[in-house]
Design a protein around this ligand. Structure first.
Ligand SMILES: [Zn+2]
Ligand SMILES: [Zn+2]
Length: 174
């Protein structure tokens, strides 16, 4: 999967909630997309229950102009969520990367395989259980993914999240 497919996320979201009961509190949760949201939560928004969670995922990209594809272990997924009056809302934004060959400042959106999308949503649900339902955080706060994949060094100028200063924590360089 080299291309952004919202329905993949909607399907997995529903599956994890309806079949696996990941948020088993009787509330209705929905997933939406917003391609321009930031990680900023104003005081007002916080009061109204909004929280953000930023996840670092493994994804693949395909250039819209030259069709070159590339993998990245640092694809930022930004989730905004809240629970209010028995209705849960999640708003997701995937961050893009630009093609190294074209250098055209066009950010292509990432594609994912099911396993990596699932992992991201499971982490999100764990956050929601903690912040919206008061459960203990059972995963110890480590965001390291279990599979190490080799990708080329992260190129900050080609990464939309880096440009906005909200890319994944840098463990290797700096
Ligand atoms: Zn290209
Ligand atoms: Zn980045």
């Amino acid at each position: 999967m080299n291309e952004w497919v919202p329905s993949l996320w909607l399907d997995i979201f529903d599956e994890l909630l309806n079949d696996d009961n990941e948020l088993d509190y009787g509330d209705e949760w929905t997933l939406n997309f917003n391609y321009s949201q930031t990680d900023k939560v104003t005081k007002e928004e916080r009061k109204r229950g909004w929280r953000v969670y930023s996840h670092c995922a493994y994804g693949r990209f395909k250039c819209g102009s030259c069709s070159k594809t590339w993998p990245s272990a640092r694809v930022v997924l930004l989730f905004r969520y809240r629970l209010r009056n028995g209705r849960g809302t999640v708003i997701m934004r995937p961050f893009g990367q630009a093609c190294r060959r074209c250098q055209d400042d066009e950010f292509d959106l990432p594609g994912f395989v099911t396993k990596d999308a699932e992992r991201a949503l499971l982490r999100l649900f764990s956050r929601i259980r903690k912040n919206c339902y008061g459960e203990e955080d059972e995963d110890g706060g480590s965001s390291a993914s279990s599979t190490k994949v080799y990708t080329k060094p992260h190129e900050k100028t080609l990464c939309e999240a880096c440009r906005m200063g909200i890319c994944c924590q840098d463990d290797d360089d700096d």
